[in-house]
Design a protein around this ligand. Structure first.
Ligand code: RB5
Length: 151
């Protein structure tokens, strides 16, 4: 499984803890920043870069960290094909995979301690999508938005 990870300044410490955990598990993970040399970073920039790489098929899944996880999710979900979810417990994380086929997990460093965050990450990576009726619903979500043939 190929993974991408990124954060803004608000999620930098938690991102590093998660990256280390993934590497210790022997997983392939590319870190898109933000690096220690940057004091402040805008989370939409990181969400965009990582989301586009996921949609392009360069990564199977990604993890985005900011202060709350919320800004990263809002930004990532602007990219067509991304299903980004903010999770605060393992149940949400498992369901986000099993029912929503989420491909990006967003987490908040100011919300979660590293132990819980890592348990949420593991649940996300270990849970398969159930497909079936859940795929039908995702197809409906994919069809939402302005009708390209109108106007
Ligand atoms: C940065 O201060 C903070 O706004 C950001 O990390 C994130 O929490 C936004 O949703």
């Amino acid at each position: 499984m190929k993974l991408a990870i990124a954060s803004d300044h608000g999620g930098r410490k938690l991102k590093k803890a998660i990256r280390l955990h993934l590497l210790e598990k022997g997983l392939s993970v590319r870190d898109f920043g933000v690096g220690d040399d940057v004091e402040r970073a805008d989370y939409p920039d990181y969400a965009q870069t990582v989301s586009e790489a996921v949609v392009a098929g360069q990564f199977d899944m990604a993890i985005l960290v900011c202060g709350t996880g919320l800004g990263m999710a809002i930004a990532a979900n602007k990219v067509k094909g991304i299903r980004a979810v903010t999770c605060t417990d393992e149940f949400m994380s498992r369901m986000a995979r099993a029912h929503n086929n989420a491909n990006i997990l967003t987490l908040g460093e100011r919300v979660l301690g590293p132990g819980l965050a890592i348990a949420i990450v593991d649940a996300f990576l270990e849970t398969p999508f159930e497909g079936g009726r859940h795929q039908d619903r995702l197809n409906k979500i994919a069809g939402l938005g302005p009708d390209p043939t109108s106007g």
